[in-house]
Design a protein around this ligand. Structure first.
Ligand code: NAP
Ligand code: ZN
Ligand code: ZN
Length: 347
């Protein structure tokens, strides 16, 4: 077994602290890479606190992982030692079901292996994430990263990037569309960058008036402060799509009013409590509420290649792993500009 240093929560109420654990030896189809940077996703906080479901503890969070390959198995074709490598939200799946065959491992019908707080395909070995110094993953789930991109700023593409890319591509959002990105945090700021890159007219809907200048710098064309009644009134009936990245409870109907007829509200944010929704705001104007969960391996590679071609990365604030709880506190207050990334050299 490989000895690994990481940061773990021992229980849903304890803080993250140093923890040593083991990963499997590199088998013929595995890639081992040393983790250099790991992004901090709001899902990490939801999961260490059991916001969604009873988690598997000790829990080592982190699913926005980049580093350099240290060792490859004898049958590995995609990678060699020294290559850049990245891993996102899944480390395995059945690779046989209809969805896996379609490149939608994120929707594996037999249950995929989430990068942490999940189980390997043997359905009994817990998975541990990227707040650690090294990882071993089947080569199918390891992505290539272009050397020309700023590596720490690539890390958030593995979740915040693909989670916003995938629905925008699936619903073919682009030229001629008015897209609203709801919530300007980690996911939201990538939604703005991709929406703009795909040619949509992008509006940020935010509770934080002070983020307006940043939104414009990210490429957004308009900014609506959702606590300002006049601005909200003007936005009524104006969007084809709303990409909802909000992490906390909020009133969907308030936002559905801002959609045009046939408009689509895309939920990627995952608050812990169910939404309350009457059919009437959907019936009047034939509106849809849909959801999307990160992305499959082929589309993740496509996104990373697009980012290399168009020079797109995240706007990040690098942190020492010792300050992870301070980062979580700021994230809860909406004070993220626009993704914290852990420098794993501080581990
Ligand atoms: P984040 O960086 O904390 O951003 C969330 C943003 O939502 C905040 O910055 C804030 O933006 C806004 N917000 C927070 N509370 C709000 C409230 N009560 N009402 C309205 N807006 C509010 O979080 P993140 O990492 O982007 O993740 C966002 C959510 O997506 C989380 O729930 C996460 O678990 C989920 N997620 C889902 C997937 C998936 O596969 N579907 C993948 C990754 C993450 P403003 O200051 O602009 O208002
Ligand atoms: Zn995430
Ligand atoms: Zn499958």
């Amino acid at each position: 077994m490989i000895q690994v240093k990481g940061y773990a929560a021992q229980t849903p109420t304890s803080d993250l602290a140093p923890w040593s654990f083991e990963r499997r030896e590199v088998s013929p189809h595995d890639v081992q890479f040393d983790i250099m940077y790991c992004g901090v996703c709001h899902s990490d906080l939801h999961q260490i606190r059991n916001d969604w479901f009873e988690g598997i503890f000790p829990m080592v969070p982190g699913h926005e992982i980049v580093g350099r390959v240290k060792k490859v198995g004898s049958n590995v074709k995609k990678f060699k030692v020294g290559d850049l490598a990245a891993v996102g939200c899944q480390v395995d799946s059945c690779r046989e079901c209809e969805n896996c065959k379609d490149g939608l491992e994120n929707y594996c019908l037999n249950g995929n292996s989430q990068t942490y707080n999940g189980l390997e395909q043997d359905k009994k070995t817990p998975t541990y994430g990227g707040y650690s110094n090294t990882i071993v993953v089947h080569e199918h789930f390891v992505l290539h990263v272009n050397e020309k991109l700023n590596l720490p700023a690539v890390a958030p593409l593995l979740c915040a990037g693909i989670t916003t890319w995938s629905p925008l591509r699936h619903w073919k959002v682009g030229k001629g569309h008015k897209l609203a990105v709801l919530g300007l945090g980690g996911l939201g700021h990538m939604g703005v960058k991709f929406g703009v890159a795909f040619g949509a007219e992008v509006t940020v809907l935010s509770t934080s008036a002070k983020k307006e200048a940043d939104a414009k710098k990210l490429g957004a064309h308009h900014f609506v402060v959702t606590t300002d009644k006049e601005q909200v009134k003007k936005a009524r009936g104006s969007f084809d799509f709303i990409l909802d990245t909000v992490s906390a409870e909020h009133d969907l109907v308030f936002y559905l009013n801002m959609l045009k007829t046939n408009g689509v509200h895309i939920c990627v944010g995952a608050p812990s409590k169910p939404y309350s929704l009457s059919p009437f705001p959907l019936i009047v104007g034939r509106k849809s509420v849909v959801g999307s969960g990160n992305g499959g391996i082929p589309e993740t590679q496509e996104m990373l290649d697009f980012c290399a071609e168009h020079n797109i990365v995240s706007d990040i604030e690098m942190i020492d792993i010792k300050n992870i709880h301070n980062a979580y506190e700021r994230m809860l207050k909406g004070d993220v500009r626009y993704r914290f990334v852990i420098d794993m050299a501080t581990l």
